[in-house]
Design a protein around this ligand. Structure first.
Ligand code: G3H
Ligand code: 13P
Ligand code: ZN
Length: 292
């Protein structure tokens, strides 16, 4: 089973995602980065997710994305998050093991599961800058040792994706050979794919058509994500596509009618387009829809 994990920053994004998942009867993971938590504030995020749970009869998890340190992970565990990610991938192997284990010990004592990361995604992660030429793929043997030593519940691996709108210079390609080896060595550990937005061309075009400047953006095509799913990836992270949908929709309204200044006039189409984008992923790419 593959779960879509969608990044949230505000009410409209949360509503769009859970409305899409609700219509598809699909479980869904809402995830907030530490900067999203700084922006929206943890109490608001919690209450909005509670409101979503009251409205929808589906499984909705609230997950910390790219937790940068123990304190942030602890704060989320203490605030009732379903799961946390500790991203110590910028540290060396031993430091990554030590910090991940510290988070696992605390989170497990409170019944919360932990995602960790091994290997570095090229590009920009949440407050983690990695030069492209430092990019390194996950080593499958290290992945096995890492999971055994930390007791983490799921593992994000680096097989060629990266965050943001510029993932590939040439052809989009992932190292499925590494994924295969990882699955062989740790078959019971759910594998997470970060940086998995498609960078949907129509959404990039919508932004650019209405004054945006996002030339040459490129992501992971749907067919490659379907293959990742078939090859055993369990969680696919999406943020950039939602950002593009929201921005494109807002740009369109404000460009077409510069007299608009009621936020609902542009936030409503923005929410609708995020919903459509999420629904497409759940139904046509991730296969987590439970609609007949
Ligand atoms: O992986 C990073 C996510 O897209 C979150 O980004 O730190 O800007 O919220 P953010
Ligand atoms: P994208 O930038 O490809 O949407 O990736 C999001 C992500 O990995 C969040 O953790
Ligand atoms: Zn990520």
């Amino acid at each position: 089973m593959l779960f879509g994990a969608f990044n949230v920053n505000n009410m409209e994004i949360i509503q769009a995602i859970v409305d899409a998942a609700g219509e598809e009867h699909s479980p869904v993971i809402l995830q907030a980065s530490s900067s999203a938590i700084k922006y929206a504030r943890v109490g608001y995020l919690k209450k909005m997710v509670e409101a979503a749970l009251e409205e929808h009869d589906i499984l909705i998890a609230l997950h910390l994305d790219h937790g940068p340190d123990f304190e942030t992970c602890k704060m989320c565990v203490d605030n009732g998050f379903s799961s946390v990610m500790i991203d110590a991938s910028k540290y060396d192997f031993e430091e990554n093991v030590a910090l991940t284990k510290q988070v696992v010990d605390y989170a497990h004592s409170k019944g919360v599961v932990v995602e960790a990361e091994l290997g570095t995604l090229a590009g920009v992660e949440d407050e983690v800058n990695v030069a492209e030429d430092d990019a390194r793929y996950t080593n499958p043997r290290q992945a096995k040792e890492f999971v055994e030593r930390t007791g983490c519940d799921s593992l994000a691996i680096a097989i060629g994706t990266s965050h943001g709108a510029y993932k590939f210079k040439g052809e989009a390609k992932l190292r499925f050979d590494i994924l295969e080896k990882v699955k062989e060595l740790i078959p019971n550990t759910p594998i997470v794919l970060h940086g998995a937005s498609t960078v949907i061309p129509e959404l990039v075009e919508l932004c650019n058509q209405y004054g945006g400047n996002i030339p040459g953006a490129k992501g992971v095509p749907d067919e490659i994500l379907r293959e990742a799913s078939l090859r055993g990836v369990s969680k696919i992270n999406v943020d950039t596509d939602l950002r593009l949908a929201m921005t494109g929709a807002i740009r369109k309204v404000l460009t077409e009618d510069p007299s608009v200044f009621d936020p609902r006039k542009y936030m409503t189409p923005a929410r609708d387009l995020i919903k459509k984008t999420v629904q497409h992923k759940i139904r046509d790419v991730f296969g987590s829809s439970n609609m007949a």
